[in-house]
Design a protein around this ligand. Structure first.
Ligand SMILES: [Ca+2]
Ligand SMILES: [Ca+2]
Ligand SMILES: [Ca+2]
Ligand SMILES: [Ca+2]
Length: 260
């Protein structure tokens, strides 16, 4: 008499090569098992079993793409940075508005955010995968596997017109801006991770390259904020995104993922 236990036992005794995982083929299969590609967490990645890939569990935020948020359940918010008014020098990837939602001019910048304010959207949600990337902190702590850090912006000192709206990442939003991030650097960017592929989304770069994501193309873009020219008290802290924090300027790099 065959039982699922026997097939699982077959799997247990079978040693699959590295980067694969043993998958029982079911009670009617003569193969009994196969070795399927897996990610660094040992999760099968070719989706033979049709496990839905959902947004990982926990509360956090993502930069909003020009297409909006990657689903209907996300909250949204925005930050208007009043950047340097005198000889303003904000600078962006050409066509930045095709990637990031917001307002990108030479003397002011506005960015938008998507916030996941409930720990789970579905019963299939799993943990964030190992890798090298940052997301936005929300709810006072990071999902498991991440460390916190922040980026500090010194916004215009004279007649500051910073503004905000909606639900924002954890941070300090007064006449200057501090935004907290959740970052990890525990996997190679070249080792692909699984995230939902049905809509574009953005991760923030922490190392020298964008994290690879299964089934998604990626375009790296940057935004340079012209910080106030009088003083430069704006050092980042903790484990934070890669930043070119130059002389009264701050540049961050965003990884825009798209399907196809
Ligand atoms: Ca300004
Ligand atoms: Ca300032
Ligand atoms: Ca100024
Ligand atoms: Ca400046």
């Amino acid at each position: 008499m065959y039982s699922i236990q026997m097939f699982l036992g077959k799997c247990r005794r079978h040693s699959c090569p590295d980067d694969t995982v043993c998958v029982p083929d079911g009670a009617t299969s003569s193969k009994r098992y196969s070795c399927e590609p897996s990610d660094t967490n040992g999760n099968q990645t070719n989706h033979t079993l049709q496990i839905p890939v959902t947004w990982p569990s926990g509360m956090y935020g993502l930069m909003m793409t020009s297409n909006g948020c990657p689903g209907d359940l996300w909250l949204s918010g925005w930050r208007r940075f009043d950047t340097e008014d005198t000889d303003p020098d904000n600078y962006f990837t050409d066509g930045i508005k095709n990637y990031l939602k917001g307002y990108f001019e030479i003397d002011d910048i506005e960015t938008h955010f998507c916030i996941k304010n409930i720990p789970s959207f579905t019963s299939c949600d799993t943990s964030w995968p190992k890798g090298s990337y940052c997301i936005l902190m929300y709810g006072g702590s990071c999902p498991s596997g991440f460390q916190s850090g922040f980026i500090q912006w010194n916004n215009e000192d004279n007649g500051n017109k910073n503004a905000r709206g909606g639900t924002l990442p954890d941070g300090v939003y007064d006449s200057d801006t501090r935004i907290y991030f959740c970052c990890r650097n525990d996997g190679l960017t070249s080792t692909a991770i699984s995230l939902p592929t049905d809509q574009p989304f953005i991760l923030v770069r922490i190392s020298t390259a964008c994290q690879t994501v299964y089934g998604m193309g990626v375009t790296e873009v940057f935004v340079q904020w012209d910080e106030d020219d009088v003083d430069d008290a704006s050092d980042p802290g903790g484990l934070h995104p890669y930043a070119d924090d130059g002389f009264y300027n701050l540049r961050l790099y965003f990884c825009y993922y798209y399907n196809g």
